[in-house]
Design a binder for this molecule. Structure first.
Ligand code: SAM
Length: 239
């Protein structure tokens, strides 16, 4: 890949480009991501209708192919073949960085196993925003994505990391956020410092940092709509 630092122009070589897309604010699609999406011969995406919206009134130059958790392994050889034959292939998810709590890992593994080039196009990722904006220690952290849905498994996970020395990061949906905060209070205690980020980069963006009990109360008093990132500070951390 050659690029001109002054103009950002880049001669695209045949490769798999893992492209981060906005997690809410559409202005966060980077110029480089846009250029690669327009130039791609193939765009592998979770939901073709959703991804088409990134192009607004315009049309993508290449073909959109569905690549989601149920067909990722089957689609990977097709994407690898396209790269081998000289195509520019983009991989996106519905939001944020592909392969981070989203499809993508199996495709990347397949291309790497075949010795084919993989490039990542930097951009939005919800947990990075939440960590940077939390006020919790960020020198080390463990990102655990979504915990399993069953209560017993979730409590077990919290117990396992109770004494972990770095910040823990989780993704959570609107349906389970209240329960999850109650589980944190119950398992780690009401004084444990946490941060909850909601609707990042969107109009109603909110991030609350405080004791688990106080954060749960504040959240219960307001809107619980949207998508959430939950961070837990190491035991003993105080604001
Ligand atoms: N690949 C994405 C990334 O890079 O962050 C994550 C996709 S995962 C399927 C979706 C989860 O990410 C949501 O349930 C929520 O926990 C988190 N998330 C995504 N967008 C968010 C936002 N705007 N605000 C807060 N959390 C968000």
């Amino acid at each position: 890949m050659e690029s001109d630092l002054a103009t950002g122009e880049e001669r695209l070589e045949a490769a798999l480009y893992v492209v981060a897309t906005p997690i809410g604010n559409r202005a966060e699609l980077s110029p480089r991501a846009r250029r690669i999406l327009y130039a791609a011969d193939l765009i592998a995406c979770e939901d073709t209708r959703h991804t088409r919206r990134l192009f607004g009134e315009e049309s993508p130059g290449g073909q959109l192919v569905a690549c989601h958790e149920h067909n990722e392994s089957e689609i990977a050889p097709r994407l690898a073949k396209a790269v081998r034959e000289g195509s520019v292939v983009a991989l996106v998810s519905d939001a944020g960085m592909p392969a981070v709590s989203d499809p993508g890992f199996r495709v990347v593994r397949h291309l790497r196993a075949e010795g084919l080039p993989v490039r990542v196009v930097s951009g939005p990722c919800a947990f990075v925003n939440a960590l940077a904006g939390s006020g919790l220690p960020s020198d080390g952290f463990l990102f655990l994505g979504f915990l399993p849905p069953k209560r017993a498994a979730r409590i077990r996970a919290l117990e396992l990391y109770r004494e972990f020395d770095y910040t823990l990061i989780f993704y959570e949906s609107t349906h389970r956020i209240e329960k999850f905060l109650a589980e944190i209070v119950e398992t780690l205690g009401p004084e444990r410092v946490i941060s909850v980020a909601r609707e990042l980069t969107k109009r109603h963006e909110q991030q609350i940092t405080g004791t688990a009990e106080a954060v749960a109360k504040t959240l219960a008093a307001g809107s619980r709509k949207g998508e959430f990132v939950v961070l837990i500070a190491k035991n003993g951390f105080s604001l």
